[in-house]
Design a protein around this ligand. Structure first.
Ligand code: APR
Length: 312
C-alpha cells in the first residue's frame, strides 16, 4: 500500500493531501505539522469527506511525530513560512533553510528510501539544503516548481487562445523565481508551435505574467498560492507512485547538463518510482541560454548564502 507523508499541514501541504485523497491513491497519507492539532484537524476533515468522495485513501494527521511517517514511499516537504506581500522568495532563506534541514533529518531517519519532494521556498536552494542533509542519491531528492510554473503558463495560453488547457504542452527551465525561463519555441498547441499561433507581443506578455505569477496571487490574497502548487505536487507524487515516467519540469541536481555543475535548477526530467530517471537536455538558442545563465547565477548566489550560514 503506497504511503505518502507531507511535512507542513499549511495551505500547500493540506492541499496536496486533499488532492491525493480525492484522486484515491488507495494508500495512506500522513500529514505532519509542528503546530499542535493542525494536521490532526485537517486530516480528520478530509477523512470525514471520504464517504462523499467514495475514496478510501486514509488521511491521518500528527503533531511532530515522525514515527508515523516511517517507510513512506514519497515525502513532501512544505514546512516553512510562506511569502507575504513585498517579500521575495529569497527573503525566506534564513528561516526556511533551518526548518528544511531539521525536517529532512527526521524524514530520512524514518524513511531512508523515500523519494523527497521539496516545496518550501526559496525552492532551488532549499532543495540543495535537503539533498545535502539527506545524503541520498541525488535523483531521489528534487523540487517542485516547474510543474506549477508551466501550469500557470499553459493556463494563460489557453485563456488567450480560447482552447482547452489539455491541448497546451510546454516545458520551462531555470530557478523558481522571477528569472525562470519559459520556452515559447518548445510550446505546442494541439501539436502546433505556439510561435505560429500567437504574436510575439502576446507571447512576451504571457511569459512575463508567468514569471511573476506567484506575486500576482500574493498581491490579490496577501499570501502565496496553494491550490495550483498543491495540485502540481500531487502530479509529481502520482508519477512516482504509478511509475508513470512522465516528463515533468523539476528542480534537479545538475552534473554537466546544460553546461552547469553542482547546482539545483529546473529542467525537464523523466519521473518514475526511482525519482528522476533521466534529465532531458534540449537545444537552446543564445537568448534562451543567456536567460538560463542569469537564473543559474541567481541560484548559485543563494547557495553561497546558505554555505555561509554554517548549517553543515
Ligand atoms: N515542522 C513541521 N511543520 C512546520 C515546521 C516544522 N519545523 N515549521 C513550520 N511548519 C508548518 C507551519 O506550522 C505551517 O502549518 O509549515 C506549514 C506551512 O504552511 P503555510 O504557512 O500555510 O505555508 P504554505 O502556503 O503552505 O507554503 C509552504 O511552500 O510554496 C511554498 O513559499 C511557500 O515556503 C512556503 C511553503
Amino acid at each position: 500500500m503506497p504511503k505518502v507523508s507531507i511535512i507542513g499541514a499549511g495551505n500547500v501541504g493540506a492541499t496536496v493531501a486533499d488532492v491525493l485523497a480525492q484522486q484515491g491513491i488507495f494508500g495512506k497519507v500522513v500529514l505532519l505539522d509542528i503546530v499542535k492539532g493542525k494536521a490532526e484537524g485537517k486530516a480528520l476533515d478530509m477523512w470525514e469527506s471520504a464517504p462523499l468522495r467514495g475514496s478510501d485513501t486514509k488521511v491521518v494527521g500528527v503533531t511532530n511525530d515522525y514515527q508515523a511517517t516511517e517507510e513512506s514511499d514519497v515525502v513532501v516537504i512544505t514546512s516553512g513560512v510562506p511569502r507575504k506581500e513585498g517579500q521575495s522568495r529569497d527573503d525566506l532563506i534564513s528561516i526556511n533553510a533551518k526548518i528544511v534541514k531539521e525536517v529532512t533529518e527526521n524524514v530520512v531517519r524514518y524513511s531512508p528510501d523515500a523519494k523527497i519532494i521539496i516545496v518550501s521556498n526559496p525552492l532551488d536552494v532549499l532543495t540543495y539544503v535537503a539533498s545535502i542533509t539527506a545524503k541520498k542519491p541525488k535523483n531521489e531528492v528534487f523540487g517542485m516548481a516547474g510543474v506549477l510554473d508551466s501550469a500557470r503558463y499553459r493556463s494563460f495560453i489557453a485563456l488567450e487562445l480560447g482552447v482547452s488547457v489539455r491541448s497546451i504542452h510546454a516545458t520551462l527551465l531555470g530557478g523558481h523565481g522571477d528569472f525562470m525561463v519559459p520556452l515559447p519555441r518548445y510550446t505546442y498547441v494541439g501539436g502546433m508551435p505556439l510561435t505560429q499561433l500567437m504574436s510575439k507581443e502576446k507571447i512576451d506578455a504571457i511569459v512575463k505574467r508567468t514569471q511573476f505569477g506567484g506575486g500576482e496571487i500574493i498581491k490579490l490574497i496577501g499570501t502565496s498560492a496553494w491550490i495550483a502548487p498543491g495540485n502540481s505536487v500531487a502530479d509529481m507524487v502520482y508519477s512516482i507512485l504509478g511509475d508513470c515516467n512522465r516528463i515533468l519540469p523539476v528542480c534537479a541536481y545538475l552534473e554537466g547538463q546544460y553546461g552547469y555543475n553542482n547546482v539545483y535548477l529546473g529542467v525537464p526530467a523523466v519521473i518514475g518510482k526511482n525519482g528522476i530517471n533521466k534529465i532531458l537536455e534540449i537545444e537552446l538558442n543564445e537568448e534562451e541560454k543567456a536567460m538560463l545563465d542569469r537564473s543559474y547565477k541567481g541560484v548559485k548566489e543563494l547557495m553561497d548564502v546558505v554555505d555561509k550560514m554554517g548549517l553543515f
